[in-house]
Design a protein around this ligand. Structure first.
Ligand SMILES: Cc1ncc(COP(=O)(O)O)c(C=O)c1O
Length: 440
């Protein structure tokens, strides 16, 4: 059977069930064919979780989607993979339906499979996502971003938030001819901002980390960097908005030293306002990075900024083969259409406020101590004193059909409607009561 090996690969391929129809990777009836080979029915029973662990070193290419990162390690049969996502719901490979409060780590703010975005994506894909030439959509989207984002005079597209923020740092270093970066926030996995294993010590020395919203620490780091300061890179909101004085001081320090002020708006862009937090706070950086909600779950990011700094892209080299493929650009154009027609940021704020209030009511009614909610309206989180109790709560909530994010933001989406809010409150209440029963 010449093709057996090849076609055999399909044996473990996920059968995509119709929405709501149970599907499972587990097959247990042992049979063999005439050659004594295992037939599909004879494949050993293996869950998607086990199969993922066998081929993906960390179990999932997106770290925060590992079950332990999502709801903890207490339920080894909990959901790990999905076959369908619509609105604010997903269906797991074993046919269970969940209300999702994570919204793909904030990559989706309208809702999964939002019809206008999906139509735009299908049209772009059917016209050919790439060719020898750039897509016209790249120009149109860049023009529209320049009209929307306060600091944007020029745009360059990439695929991930980490890429866009790293590009901003590269542009700042090229423009200033300096190397040191003072940074506050999370910027992805790239070397310049990471303290993970494998990052060269020399690279780490080029970045000084400062705490969020701490003017004195910022001033000390900028002073210490002296004439080598290329950029101050800030995530402008981390669990709360900072004092305006922090951002204003960063602006003033950059003006005084000639360094570039960079805002990482990967989470805040097209969420707190279309143009990010810079649109709200009135302090304009020199460069900014956008991603996540900008294309409602399709892979697209952008570094934007003042022309003088962005033109450093001509001197250095920032390029990626698929940076301008048209499917994600089309998705983003559809997202911008939504923002033009409706106050999406206001809807996200209101919905997030109500989601959080629903969980606050559940906490209050249950009498459970050691947990509270925090965050800004469209992105909020639960903070538990005890991570073990947090995991138990999350697993109970998951069994009630709602996925909350462990230790990080839950994100509001336009798709979270009134009924979703009721479901969230009911699930949180039931999970808190179950936690109390565990502890009784
Ligand atoms: C503020 C911020 N910047 C950068 C990143 C990295 O983006 P990506 O994971 O798309 O590379 C993230 C991801 O969560 C983020 O929250």
């Amino acid at each position: 059977m010449a093709f057996k090996g090849f076609f055999g690969r399909g044996r473990d391929t996920a059968p995509a069930p119709a929405a709501g129809e149970p599907a499972s990777a587990e097959v247990s009836d042992a049979t063999t064919d005439d050659d004594g080979d295992e037939t599909p029915e004879a494949a050993p029973a293996r869950s998607w979780r086990e199969r993922a662990a066998a081929v993906l070193p960390t179990g999932a290419s997106t770290g925060s989607k590992r079950a332990e990162a999502l709801y903890g390690a207490l339920d080894e049969n909990g959901p790990t993979h999905f076959v369908d996502a619509r609105g604010c719901h997903l269906t797991s490979v074993d046919g269970h339906r969940y209300l999702d409060c994570t919204m793909a780590l904030g990559a989706v703010a309208l809702g999964y499979t939002e019809p206008r975005v999906t139509r735009a994506v299908i049209e772009a894909a059917s016209q050919g996502g790439v060719s020898a030439l750039s897509s016209w959509r790249e120009v149109e989207l860049a023009e529209r971003l320049c009209a929307l984002i306060p600091c944007a005079e020029r745009v360059q597209f990439l695929k991930t938030g980490a890429e866009a923020t790293s590009a901003a740092v590269r542009l700042a270093r090229t423009y200033t001819g300096r190397e040191h970066v003072v940074a506050s926030g999370y910027f992805g996995w790239h070397d310049w901002s990471s303290e993970a294993a494998g990052v060269p010590a020399a690279t780490r020395r080029d970045t000084t980390r400062v705490p969020f919203d701490d003017v004195d620490a910022l001033e000390r780091a900028v002073t210490a960097a002296g004439s080598s300061l290329a950029a101050v890179v800030l995530e402008p909101i981390v669990e709360r908005t900072p004092a305006i004085a922090w951002l204003a001081r960063a602006r003033a320090l950059c003006d005084a030293t000639g360094a570039a002020l960079v805002f990482d708006e990967v989470k805040t862009g097209f969420r707190v306002a279309p143009g990010g937090y810079q649109e709200v706070c009135g302090i304009t950086p020199d460069l900014a990075s956008f991603g996540k909600a900008m294309a409602n779950g399709y892979p697209l990011s952008a570094v934007v900024g003042r022309q003088a700094l962005m033109d450093a892209a001509r001197t250095t080299w920032i390029s990626s083969t698929l940076a301008s493929e048209s499917v994600a650009l089309a998705a983003s154009l559809a997202v911008l259409d939504w923002h033009d027609e409706a106050d999406i940021a206001a809807t996200l704020a209101e919905t997030g406020r109500e989601m959080r209030a629903a969980v606050d009511r559940a906490i209050e009614a249950s009498g459970v101590q050691g947990v509270h909610t925090l965050g800004v309206d469209p992105m909020w989180l639960m903070r538990w004193d005890d991570p073990a109790r947090e995991s138990r709560f999350l697993v109970h909530a998951m069994h009630e059909g709602v996925l909350f994010k462990r230790g990080a933001y839950n994100y509001a989406a336009v798709a979270h409607d009134e009924e979703s809010l009721r479901v969230i409150e009911a699930a949180a209440s039931a999970a808190l009561v179950a936690l109390l029963e565990d502890e009784a």
